[in-house]
Every structure is written in structure tokens, then in C-alpha cells.
Design a protein. Sequence first.
Length: 465
Amino acid sequence: MHTNTTVTYNRGVYDFGKPVLRVSDPVLIKQILVKDFHKFRNRIAKPSTSPVLSVTMASARDGQWKRIRAIASPAFTSAKLKHMYPLVNECCRDFLAALHRHVSTSGRIEVELKHLMSDYTIDVIASVAFATKTNPYSDPNNPFITKAKAMLSKNPMQILLIRILPTFAIKSRLWKAMVSDLSSNVMFFIEIVRRLMSERKKSDYRRRRLCGRRCDVWTSRERRRRRTDEGVDELMAEKRALSGVEENKFNENEILAQCYVFFNAGFETTATALSYCTYELAVNPHIQDQLVAETREAFSENTTDIDYETLCRLPLLDAVVSETLRKYPPLINFGREAMDDVVLTRDSDGSMFKIEKGMNVSIPVYALHHDPDYYPDPFAFKPDRFLAQNGRNIKPYTYLPFGAGPRNCIGTRFALLVIKLALVKILKQFRFYAVPDTDIPVIFNVGVGVNQLNAKRLVVGVEKR
């Protein structure tokens, strides 16, 4: 449906009565997200009455967002990812041990990938962001796990009503009734972080956890030393967007907010991407075999470990994950709000589009990723698109699984680390394959939550190699 509306209503749609300009021209997308970022710096979001949720990086606006992003960015440098790597590796080992136990009886089983991968990503986020081991395989009733799954098992009608209610209604009884169950689950995680912060103040033991590292980063004057593959335009745009930040540490509510949003944004989207990736390898066994061959060469002889640098240098692994995120982007679209009157000019024909202050623009990610002009045979799974020799064929700003510009996803590299490490570890020991209950192609539910591409089921077979 999303690709159809982009073709039929190319220049805009109405979002519950409010006009939204849908921008699918890559040149204009770059203008919005990078060149004129200062005029489109805010995301489209309904304000929150919570003193914590109102200061998450996702919902913060203007100068507040600028300050939060500048302080948080050093927590996701390559150096910090290397500190997280052993923790993710430990979660992978627990995940593989549990999978071995399940498969050992008959030698092969059928699994629902979404359930399988969500246990792994919950364990990763709990360990890295909350300094907590959840043991989801031996203790599925752990409150951390049940609360996490309850928080993300959203009622579509409830979320729809929250979206369409006008801003003035957020203090009404109806609003409070609709968000009461969501709020209780959110508070559970906020209290975990508050307890961890209290423990850190009482102890000199410096845990190698993101929560601990974040406290260090957010209360110090460490400056960010970046080495990145982003384009020069994006680097300059980010430098301009984050310049002039004076105060460089968070207050308590801001720390609570960023830890919460790290969980909320990271758990479901990462599990879903990993599920789709494994599904595609199961229904495309020749690609799975090629990837296994690449990963086997990367492992040292007689070892089950792979170091961070080697993981980042595997070209087919990167191509497989990139193609998964193209075919199944975490968000089918994302939006920005115009902070001033803006005129967008299309280079191809010189046509101009006036956007008035306060108007929303939407970037149709799913439609871009499935446009045959940019990706021939777009519904086929073809990782070769992203290999080095073909990379020049991908037009800039037509591949946006994590957004682009200064307000892109700050946790992109962490998510890729979690996905890639799990894949190489699993494929070294297990083979995935299609079974009679495997839906080919994927059948989707209608989703209105964090991840809007929600498969009804992703059932595959798994056996030991």
C-alpha cells in the first residue's frame, strides 16, 4: 500500500486532516535531511507530559535535542563499541547454548524466528544498557522479559487513537486511561536505571556496561574523535547542527530517558531485522552457503570467536545485512517538521515546492527501497547490490534504513554489531532452511508501532551443521 500511495499521491497525503508533503526525490531528501537540516531539525512527534519521556533523543526538539545528541554521541564511537563487544559476545554464547539444547533431541526443529531472536536481543540490551542478565532461555518469566514483551505488544487501535487525538487532549482522562498500561511498563525500566545510577554513586566499581560508560561520558568533558564512513556533506551538517553546546552532562531525567529509548528503539527493531535476515538465508540457501564460506575463513582455526575488526570487514555479511534492511526497513517512513518557510527545488526539471512553517514532510523509506528505478527487481533478495563493485549503482539518499543527516539513528553501528555477530556465530554451527509452514513471500500484519513491517510469522527449520 505504501508504494502505491507514493506513486498515486506522489506529492502529498493528508495525515488525519493535516497536509503532509511526501518527498521521494533523492535530491530533495538530501536538502531536507542535510543541507537545510536547521529548517527541518525536529521530528514529527506528539508531546509527552512525562518529565522523562519528553526528553528522549527521539522526542526532544530544537536546542534541547542538539544538546542531548552532542552529549550522547561519544557513547557510540568505535572505541565504545569495542568495550560493548565482549558483552554482546557473551549473550551470543548463551543464545547458541540454548539453541543447542533445543536442537539436540531430534537434530532439527522448527522455530518462530521473531520469538527466537527477541530473546537474544532482550538479553543484549539488558546486559549492555541495564547491566542486567536476564537469562531468557532458563527464566522466561523474568519480569524484565515479560515487561519488555508486554510494552512492545501494542494494541493497534490504542496506538491509532493516541496518534489521532489532538495535542490538547494529552492531559485528559481518556488519554491517561489509554496510556496507563504503557506507562507502568515504561516506569519498570526507568526504575531499573534509577537503581543502577544509585548503585554507581555508592560504589567505585566501574562496570563495563553502556549504562556505566554513559554515566562516565555524560559527566566528563571527553570530546568526540570521529572516524566514520559518512559523506563529507553529512559530517559538515552534523558539525554545524551540534556546534555551540556548552553544558555537556545530563541530569537524572535525561539519563533515564536515553537509557529507556535505547531499549525501546533497539530491542524490537534489531530482533526483527535479524529475523528477516535469517528468514532470507533460509529461503535462499545458495546465499547462506556463500555467507558460511566467508565467515568460516574469518574465524581463526579451532576457535569460535571472531574479533570486532574482522567482523566489520566481511563484505558479503555486510551486503546480506544491508539488503535485508533495504527489503525490510525498520520504519516504512519518517517525517520532519518545517521550522521556517522553505522552498525546495528539484534539479531535474526546476520545479519548486513551497513548504510553510509548521508543515510536515514525509520520507517514504519503504517506497524508495522498492522503487525499480533505484533497485531493479526490488522484491527479490539480492545482496550483490551492496558489494563494492556494485555500490556505485546505489543512488545517494535512496537507502535510508536508519535515516540520514544529523538526526539519523545514533545506535546504527551498535545495531549492526548485534546483528552481524549473531549471524556469524549461528551460521557457524547451524543451518536454516524452509519448511512447509514457511511463508514465501512474507505475509505482513498491519503495524502502527515502532516497527511497521510486522510479519504474521517467520517459521523456518534449523539443524546442526
